[in-house]
Write a protein that binds this ligand. Structure first.
Ligand SMILES: [Zn+2]
Ligand SMILES: [Zn+2]
Length: 255
């Protein structure tokens, strides 16, 4: 991922605390608009300069062309408050081998998927298995993508519970792997809406973990009970895909 440096000079007149709050809100708006990744970014004050370092999927993710009205208004507010201009530059790349998000002209399909440690976009391109920056999608709700990010956080909380094992493990696992759970329903609704907005089939990734995986490779689609096994495992991850129900899943990983 890219690390961007957003900075602003604090003029003597500006209230520091007010500026800190205003900059934090800008970061929330960037995130809600899919322009920054993860929820916590490095922030510090050096002499008279406030700096924060969010992750982004593309070098130009913070380019004005991607801004929505909340981001633009907040930038305007901050610049007025500080009586100086916000500066944005790319500080670097987090991983030397980061190859960037999807560059397909048109994706064959999308997948809604995340996990407890991911700070990537939760929308993956089915044609290349790379992520889609949310701002590339049509605006989903209130000029941004908050409902998709809310699902992402819910999923990550469940995944965290089942990874930690002691509290709510079974409940969390059921949320993740039962197609009728609240979590899955929320995700499936998002997939349907993305498909409506983009005309690109959008699949919900259904987690699958069985204590005993005997016969798991022959299981049927949990929605329509039809065959859904793929001839070859897709990207070394997906074994099942139902084109009617728009669900994609795996054979249980435990042996
Ligand atoms: Zn792609
Ligand atoms: Zn089905």
């Amino acid at each position: 991922m890219y690390i961007q440096e957003i900075s602003i000079d604090i003029t003597t007149k500006a209230n520091k605390n007010e500026l800190i709050d205003a900059l934090s809100l800008l970061l929330e708006f960037y995130r809600g608009n899919g322009q920054t990744q993860g929820r916590i970014e490095t922030q510090y004050i050096e002499k008279n300069k406030m700096v924060c370092l969010p992750f982004t999927l593309e070098k130009n993710s913070l380019n004005k062309v991607h801004n929505n009205k909340y981001v633009n208004n907040q930038i305007e507010k901050i610049e007025k408050l500080a009586a100086s201009k916000i500066a944005i530059k790319t500080a670097g790349k987090s991983y030397a081998d980061y190859v960037g998000p999807c560059t397909c002209k048109k994706s064959e399909f999308y997948i809604l998927i995340t996990n407890y440690i991911s700070i990537d976009s939760p929308i993956i391109c089915g044609s290349c298995n790379k992520s889609i920056p949310l701002y590339r999608l049509p605006q989903y709700y209130d000029f941004g993508y908050m409902p998709i990010l809310a699902w992402e956080v819910n999923y990550q909380c469940c995944d965290r519970l089942q990874m930690n094992c002691e509290v709510g493990e079974r409940w969390a696992l059921n949320q993740m792997q039962e197609v009728k759970s609240q979590l899955s329903k929320q995700g499936v609704t998002i997939c349907k809406k993305i498909e409506e907005l983009t005309n690109i089939p959008t699949y919900y990734y259904l987690y699958n973990y069985k204590k005993n995986r005997k016969g798991d490779e022959n299981r049927k689609c949990p929605c329509c009970q039809r065959e859904w096994r793929l001839n070859t495992t897709l990207y070394n991850i997906y074994d099942f895909k139902c084109d009617q129900c728009r669900i994609i899943s795996t054979i249980s990983p435990n042996i």
